[in-house]
Design a protein around this ligand. Sequence first.
Ligand SMILES: Nc1nc2c(c(=O)[nH]1)N[C@H]1C(S)=C(S)[C@@H](COP(=O)(O)O)O[C@H]1N2
Ligand SMILES: [Mo]
Length: 259
Amino acid sequence: MTFKLHRRRFLTGAAIASTSALAGCFDPLLSNDAQVRGVLEKANDLTYRAQRLLLGSDNLAREFAASEIRQPMRPNGLTDPQDEDYRTLAANGFTDYRLKIDGAVERPMSFSLEQLRNMPSRTQITRHDCVEGWSCIAKWTGTPLGGVLDQVGVTSAARYAVFSCFDTLENGFAGPIKYYESIDLHDARHPQTILAYGMNDQALPVSNGAPLRVRVERQLGYKMAKYISAITLTDRLDSFGEGGGGYWEDRGYEWFAGI
Ligand SMILES: Nc1nc2c(c(=O)[nH]1)N[C@H]1C(S)=C(S)[C@@H](COP(=O)(O)O)O[C@H]1N2
Ligand SMILES: [Mo]
């Protein structure tokens, strides 16, 4: 209890630091001001390190009983990618889908859904919290990301796993801007971090990220990339998107979205 109170107070402090920067003078979605970004990044870094410390390394997110499943698992964000490569795969029931894993790995590999389904699986009933303020409880089945990483052999240089997604969120001057996300290797190897291909005992529906989405149970919904096409291991995030580590992070959200 004391610990909880302390934790909450501490995090509120960090949150206030970042909101006051936000409220004071700019709209994070429009601003490109480097100084402002700097303030945000510092606050973010503080929250990240504080939460990492307080969450502990291997604590599990709460798991629920089947009777507690709360539906619908409201689809959010992009729910029906129109990208041609994605549509082609979907039309074929994703039989030609391959998850590519590359970057700082000893053996770049790609995996079919069949191969992923034949790897050790884990099922967990967890709550999904969206930053918009709603939550659902659903049952997820997938293979732990840690085991997949072991197969490709992550090199010691790697610090992050970056998820590339099929879905285009906007059309920028330089071309389509696709959803992407990243987590550190700590979260990547957390026992509840799974590459999910099943939801509520069914194949993962398109609206919730078919054929493969990641579950990162101790963080907010936007960290849980849907429609994953590739996972890249890297020591730095600045060569992806705008460098913030994710589509929403590039637009002002915090990279570490612990709950
Ligand atoms: N590829 C991709 N992944 C995504 C999004 C998205 O738009 N595209 N939205 C995110 C957000 S904000 C949330 S809350 C969850 C929603 O997951 P759901 O559709 O299964 O509810 O997916 C996250 N992952
Ligand atoms: Mo979200």
